[in-house]
Structures are given as C-alpha cells and as structure tokens.
Design a protein around this ligand. Structure first.
Ligand code: F6R
Length: 248
C-alpha cells in the first residue's frame, strides 16, 4: 500500500481529483468504482471544476457505485443515486445510462444483488475503485465480521454506521437500517484502489489499517492483500502513526 500524506481535506480532495483525472485522460473508457459519504464530495467538486475549466470528458466512462440504502428510491434526497447525480453526474458529460448504482427500492433485493454483481463482472470489472473508510473499518457497507469472500449482498448497518450517517438525515430514525453493498471480494477484484481518509475521526481506523493483521473484524485490513492500493490521507488522520508516507 502506498500512502500519500497531505495537509488537510482540501489537499486530499485536490490530490484525489488529480489522480482520477490522470487515469481518465489516459483511459477515456475507464470503469470507475465510486463512493458516497462526506469524504469524496470535495474530490467530486474538484473533478467538476476541472471538467468545466479543462474539458476532461466522461463521455465514455462507466461508473459503479459501492452501495445504496434499502427502501429509498433514487429520487429520495438521501439515496446514494440522488447524492451521485447531485454531487457529480449532473455536472459532467457522463451518460447517465453508464452510471450504475444498486436499486434500493426494488421488491426482490436478493435478485438485485446478483444482478448488480453480474453487471460489474460482465462489464469486465472495475479499473479504479475509490473508497472511503468507516471509523469501524468498513469499506462499502461491509461491516466488521463480513466474509472476505462476500459478493454484492444485503447488510444490516452497524449502530455506529447509522449514528455516523444520521448527520445527513433530518432525524436519526430516518436512517435506513439495511443497505445493498458490493462485497469485499467484489471490491478486491478492482484492478486498482484509491482510499481516501480525512480527519481525526478516522485516525483510529487508519492506525488499525496499518498495524492490524488481516482480520474480518476489521474489513479494510483486506486491502493489504491487494496488489495496487494508494491511500491519500491527511495529517489529522495520520498523526503520530509512525508509518512511512510520501509527503505531498
Ligand atoms: C459510501 C461508503 C462508505 C463510506 C464510509 C465513510 O459509499 O461506501 O464506506 O465511504 O462510511 O463515510 P464518510 O466519508 O461519510 O466518512
């Protein structure tokens, strides 16, 4: 795992956007795996700004998002479809038909999980997967205890995840308790992974990621088995970790 240390959230967002832009310019029909949450919003802002200023095109790019809440329609302001359209897709030239997110408001959720997994694999897999990390070490919505062999599946969200995500909802009771997520094996099949980590609240997760053994109770530890992982982390997340990092 290569770790790039940056000053703060703003620099992480800038660096991550530069990283993604370079890949898109080199491979205009790249398949990106994308994340939601607070961490990547600054990255999406930078990508939009670059698209507007420099014309980087997403016309041939395909995207697969990591996860979606069960029970929310794509029109719901708290759904991840809404988030992606609002924070990124509506502001670039990507074809909406090339943007894929699991459907959370469908009758047969099991079937939807299988369909989504097949869709990714039949497409040829993900070239670059962007990840955030939960303070409990989750990646996607793969909570502690999830099998490293898991494919796209239904998850019951951990109380700590519901609590962390309540900030996006009017009331904590509105946070869905279940989600569909790409599995850990789905994520691990990506050719390359870019993990973004910012803030003091992620310091413990970052510490465990570096120092813990492979362990299903700390899902992100699986990344140690991936041949091509880059982590962009800010000072607040890295402080005192005593790990070899590249300073930018
Ligand atoms: C989001 C996702 C989650 C988040 C994680 C961190 O699609 O899959 O794993 O990346 O919960 O969330 P934030 O960025 O809000 O701290």
């Amino acid at each position: 795992m290569k770790i790039i240390e940056v000053k703060d959230y703003q620099h992480m967002s800038q660096k991550a956007a530069e990283y993604i832009i370079e890949k898109v310019l080199k491979h205009p029909s790249i398949t990106l795996g994308l994340a939601t949450g607070g961490t990547p919003t600054g990255t999406y802002r930078n990508l939009i700004e670059d698209h507007q200023k420099n014309g980087t095109s997403y016309q041939n790019v395909t995207t697969f998002n990591l996860d979606e809440y069960i029970g929310l329609a794509g029109t719901d302001i708290n759904s991840y479809r809404y988030y992606m359209d609002d924070n990124f897709f509506n502001h670039i030239d990507i074809k909406k038909s090339n943007t894929f997110i699991p459907q959370g408001n469908i009758k047969n959720i099991e079937e939807e999980c299988n369909r989504y997994e097949d869709l990714i694999m039949n497409h040829g897999g993900i070239d670059l997967q962007v990840l955030g990390i939960g303070s409990n070490g989750h990646i996607g919505f793969n909570e502690p205890g999830t099998s490293f062999q898991s494919k796209t599946h239904i998850v019951k969200l951990a109380p700590s995840t519901i609590e962390a995500n309540a900030r996006f909802f009017n009331r904590p009771e509105e946070v869905p308790t279940q989600a569909i997520t790409m599995g850990i094996s789905t994520i691990m099949k990506s050719k390359e992974i870019l993990l973004l980590v910012s803030g003091e609240s992620k310091r413990n997760a970052m510490y465990q990621l570096i120092h813990s053994e492979l362990n299903e109770n700390f899902p992100a530890s699986v990344l140690k088995n991936h041949p091509c992982v880059t982590i962009i982390a800010d000072e607040a997340a890295i402080l005192d970790l005593k790990i070899p990092v590249t300073k930018k």
